[in-house]
Design a protein around this ligand. Structure first.
Ligand SMILES: [Zn+2]
Length: 120
């Protein structure tokens, strides 16, 4: 009986910004999309919000005004505009950023499988 250990995990969400395990059930991009993003000349073309950004797993948002966006891999890199942030990810050290995005994608797939298995 260790009921005391059952604490609410409610506050866990934004504490750890380095790990890319955001609950991105709505991350709908594939490896191919990521490839295309990095080879394109102007990034993600269609209008999109931060939540819809192909770079979403790499982008953090400050919780205070003016809500700068920052790169989770390069914490010193901050921009006010999503487009600038995406340009950073696409143009500055693209290989590193891309690998991390693909890694994230990979983890998501594994996580998904785990979840369906534990339904016993
Ligand atoms: Zn970066």
């Amino acid at each position: 009986m260790n009921k005391k250990n059952v604490e609410s995990p409610a506050n866990k969400a934004d504490a750890d910004t380095i790990s890319l395990s955001l609950s991105s059930k709505n991350y709908r991009y594939t490896k191919e999309d990521i490839d295309n993003f990095f080879t394109s000349d102007n990034g993600q073309k269609e209008e999109h919000t931060l939540e819809e950004s192909i770079c979403r797993p790499l982008i953090g948002k400050q919780s205070f005004k003016p809500f700068f966006l920052y790169c989770k891999m390069c914490p010193k890199v901050e921009f006010l505009y999503l487009e600038s942030m995406e340009d950073h990810i696409r143009l500055k050290d693209p290989e590193r950023h891309k690998i991390k995005l693909l890694e994230f994608l990979d983890n998501e797939e594994k996580e998904g499988k785990k979840v369906t298995k534990s339904n016993d």
